[in-house]
Design a protein around this ligand. Structure first.
Ligand code: BES
Ligand code: ZN
Ligand code: ZN
Length: 480
């Protein structure tokens, strides 16, 4: 979906902006403020939802906890959704907080426009066309945002909205081949290199773990390699994404209720493609590679089996005890390929485990790796970007749980506890010594797919990992 909303910055005196309505933020969720009289709230049956529209002044009051980027991002999103539903063409909004606050507000405004109606026969026309950011003298200390703040927010919102669109697509359409087409299209627009490995090349590369996962699928697997190589780049970042366009579990079949939403098992791969699109649009002076392992995990006579032993690209043999732990098999081979690029930072994004959702909840991604400083840095930047993340620590006791009696390693742990971490440890076994400190694993299984609206996310794909990834790369660009 292309963002159709335009955001205009206006320096006006005395309420000169001609807008159909305006938005005022009130720093109280109960909307107790001298702007609003309580009688009015009662008359309009205000139930404490934190939003109140005063009809006669056409003012939407939104209660927020405080003026900070997180609250403003969400409030911007709420405002847009409200006026979109009422078919308003425009509204105006004042200036709140510093540049970071205004950036978050603008991003929230763009994200509020997101809707996915590809499969609806009647599509709702989006009336909302313009938002004015105005300085009408609410506070003289506040500065209007610069144009580049708006452009940056727009680029990131666009990448997120594109990622959401693709993740939301049905598995019949969004096949591994479709992901290659999407990647080629982005490569063409943004002048990226795009290398696609098909079955033949994957065999030549000895990516047998990846290939085994694909075996029962009627759709061929692909490894997508996008590269963005600006001239003055000093740092090389390699991103790897799990691109399971469908995960039915394979022979270790998922129960019906757990299979639904597994079209979103390509979220990590799509996030990586979206990050490359944004990084190229923002022209960040860092070399960035995106590697996506795209395949389905299906069931059939030629399916790989629990009891099989696979010989991975890295040379390690893997005992398969559960074919539903397929993401780590695909990633093991992709991470092996990624290390050949000699990265300064290596980060993978994957909807890897249900255990991560159990442990951290549906809103938070797990950060794993061997380098505490790097985990801390990513955590800080992800939180700053508006994504929720938390670290999950490895330890030597959990490391023992992926040992195998007949192969070098087993694809599932011997205990059902700590599943997100043991999956991370499995991936870690495929990271060479010289890259251990450079690698991070981000499990986005919780937030990647949204069942009930929260924050700036609406039902369906959220584009988890995109904002965090861009914020991280941007920080590397700024500080090395
Ligand atoms: N794609 C799933 C993980 C997942 C679960 C993502 C829920 C999003 C929401 C993954 O391939 C999987 O099935 N993992 C298994 C691993 C187990 C067999 C060790 C799991 O988490 O149950
Ligand atoms: Zn699975
Ligand atoms: Zn999976």
């Amino acid at each position: 979906m292309k963002n159709v909303l335009s955001i205009a910055i206006k320096q006006t005196k005395n309420n000169q902006t001609n807008a159909q309505a305006s938005v005022v933020f009130v720093i109280d969720k109960n909307l107790k403020h001298h702007f609003i009289n309580e009688k009015q709230l009662k008359e309009f049956d205000y139930k404490g939802e934190g939003v109140f529209f005063a009809q006669e002044t056409k003012t939407l009051y939104i209660g927020i906890d405080r003026i900070d980027p997180d609250c403003l991002r969400e409030a911007g999103c709420i405002a847009v959704r409200y006026f979109k539903n009422l078919n308003y063409e425009n509204f105006k909004i004042g200036i709140y907080g510093d540049e970071k606050c205004m950036y978050a507000l603008v991003l929230g405004i763009y994200l509020g426009t997101y809707q996915f109606d590809k499969y609806k026969s009647s599509k709702k026309e989006n009336a909302l066309k313009q938002v004015f950011i105005v300085n009408e003298g609410y506070d003289k200390n506040f500065k209007l945002p610069e144009e580049d703040v708006i452009i940056r927010a727009q680029i990131i919102a666009q990448a997120m909205s594109d990622v959401r669109d693709v993740v939301n697509m049905i598995p019949y359409e969004a096949t591994p081949e479709f992901l290659t087409k999407w990647s080629k299209q982005i490569a063409k627009i943004h002048k990226l290199e795009c290398n696609i490995f098909g079955k033949k090349e994957l065999k030549k590369e000895k990516m047998n773990a990846f290939l085994a996962v694909n075996r029962a699928s009627i759709n061929d697997p692909y490894l997508i390699h996008l590269s963005y190589k600006p001239k003055k780049a000093k740092t090389k970042i390699v991103l790897v994404g799990k691109g399971l366009t469908y995960d039915c579990g394979g022979l270790s079949l998922k129960p019906a209720d757990f299979m639904v939403t597994m079209k979103a098992d390509k979220s990590g791969g799509c996030a990586v493609i979206g990050i490359l699109q944004a990084v190229a649009s923002l022209k960040l002076p860092v070399e960035v590679h995106g590697i996506v392992g795209a395949t389905e995990n299906m069931i059939g006579g030629d399916a790989y089996k629990p009891d099989d032993v696979l010989f991975s690209r890295e040379g390690k043999s893997i005992e398969v005890r559960n074919t539903d732990a397929e993401g780590r098999l695909v990633l093991a081979d992709c991470l092996s390929y990624a290390q050949d690029l000699n990265p300064d930072y290596l980060i993978d994004f994957a909807t890897l485990t249900g255990a991560c959702v159990v442990g951290l909840g549906e809103y938070t991604s797990g950060i794993m790796g061997y380098n505490k400083d790097l985990k801390d840095r990513f955590e800080t930047l992800a939180l700053q970007s508006g994504e929720l993340v938390a670290q999950l620590p490895f330890n030597k006791h959990l490391e023992k749980l992926v040992e195998s009696k007949i192969a070098d390693i087993c694809n599932v742990a011997s205990s059902r506890y700590g599943g997100a971490i043991t999956a991370g440890i499995f991936l870690g076994a495929f990271i060479r010594k010289e890259f251990r400190e450079k690698w991070l694993h981000i499990d986005i299984a919780g937030p990647a797919f949204v069942e009930k609206d929260w924050d700036v996310n609406t039902y369906g794909a959220s584009a988890a990992g995109v904002r965090a990834g861009i914020e991280f790369i941007n920080d590397i660009a700024l500080r090395g």
